[in-house]
Design a binder for this molecule. Structure first.
Ligand code: CTP
Ligand code: MG
Length: 183
């Protein structure tokens, strides 16, 4: 009961960053964030895989997800991580989406510097980039909330359950034709 409860609450807490990371693949496309510009090393700053539509669309979707979660918590009269007013919930969700996607952007920046072409997978980094930035930035910007809800045990659980979830979403993206390889 104890561990299962911790896993479920971790999934509930991590749902906005998960959905942000997964939905960027679905809503992405159009103008790249780096406007197709190169860095001083002559390679792309971020590459064609990071687009404005993906970044902003996925952040708004995370806002919608967290709003629904806050409504569910208030309907069920649960005191949970998202027991806040719907307006604050939307704002919090958008910022959670941004926190997650900044990790994804940073990873692409580093990949381009290492001359790793767009779309080529880097196993552990690909799966955990957004979890790292999400946890780091919530601890910086929403310290009280993070200390209360994102306990060290839950951070560990998030790291362990994310890779299998990531593999599933990548496979879905491959089926939808958004990725060239299913990993
Ligand atoms: N995507 C997007 N905008 C983002 C993030 C993702 O449009 N900010 C979309 C792109 O279509 C991208 C796909 O989601 O190709 C998969 O994302 P990801 O695996 O992070 O990008 P890669 O194509 O693998 O590129 P990179 O090598 O830079 O990670
Ligand atoms: Mg990738």
């Amino acid at each position: 009961m104890g561990l299962l409860h911790e896993i479920l609450i971790t999934l509930w807490i991590m749902l906005p960053p998960y959905v942000a990371n997964g939905s960027a693949v679905v809503v992405g496309g159009g103008m790249p964030i780096d406007f197709r510009k190169n860095f001083i090393d002559g390679r792309r700053i971020l590459g064609d895989g990071k687009t404005w539509r993906g970044f902003l669309g996925a952040s708004l979707i995370a806002g919608a997800v967290l709003t629904v979660q806050s409504l569910i918590e208030s309907c069920l009269k649960i005191h949970g991580p998202y027991s806040i007013s719907p307006y604050i919930a939307f704002f919090l969700g958008v910022s959670f989406g941004v926190f997650a996607l900044l990790g994804d952007l940073s990873e692409s920046f580093i990949k381009r510097r290492l001359n790793i072409e767009r779309g080529r997978s880097v196993p552990v980094a690909d799966q955990l980039d957004f979890v790292l930035s999400f946890i780091l930035l919530t601890y910086i910007f929403y310290r009280e909330w993070a200390i209360t809800w994102l306990t060290p045990e839950r951070v560990l659980i998030a790291y362990l359950i994310t890779p299998p979830l990531h593999i599933i979403t990548n496979f879905l993206a491959y089926i939808l034709g958004k990725k060239e390889v299913p990993w």
